[in-house]
Design a protein around this ligand. Sequence first.
Ligand SMILES: CC(C)(COP(=O)(O)OP(=O)(O)OC[C@H]1O[C@@H](n2cnc3c(N)ncnc32)[C@H](O)[C@@H]1OP(=O)(O)O)[C@@H](O)C(=O)NCCC(=O)NCCS
Length: 166
Amino acid sequence: MDVSKLSDNYFVRSLNRSDIGMILSLCRKNDLYYQYCPPVFSEHSILHDMEALPPRKSLSDKHYVGFFKDGALIAVMDLIEAYPDEKTAFIGFFMTDTAIQNKGVGSALIEEVCSFLRGEGFTSVRLGWVKGNPQSEHFWHKCGFTETGALYETNAYTVIVAQRAL
Ligand SMILES: CC(C)(COP(=O)(O)OP(=O)(O)OC[C@H]1O[C@@H](n2cnc3c(N)ncnc32)[C@H](O)[C@@H]1OP(=O)(O)O)[C@@H](O)C(=O)NCCC(=O)NCCS
């Protein structure tokens, strides 16, 4: 997958260890998210997220990417190809910079990503949000995702699984 094609409006590239400083800055301002999804982020947790994989997936299926406007990181996405099945793409994480939130940027980006994934042959996108987080729930509903009915429990919170057909 050529991640530079995920957006026509933003420069997109894979993020790596040298980008952790700017990822931390973006996360730091999103305190509502971490109230629902503890523990709070750290350099270590971001490094872990950069390499974390669902069962039976390899790093070649994973794209931990940044979206840039005028050289500034405005959004981060963790995208897994073909999970949990060949025709489904999985968004493991998506976060925008608080400076550009509530202006339609996040939902427009998700539209672009969905359109690209449709072109790549995927027929659905799956993701999850932490039960009770009003911002995440409202956002993913706005982007056309609906609950599958599946939930999964972690020690700290419950994740609601949702999906959108492409
Ligand atoms: C969710 C997120 C990606 C949205 O990005 P964005 O650029 O603000 O997206 P948009 O402007 O397209 O849409 C935001 C919507 O959320 C709504 N919203 C914002 N804060 C909210 C809150 N506390 N409660 C309910 N809805 C909220 C806005 O009103 C808007 O909806 P509307 O257009 O119907 O009014 C961003 O807020 C974020 O990064 N949050 C932290 C991480 C997160 O929750 N990611 C998703 C789960 S993985």
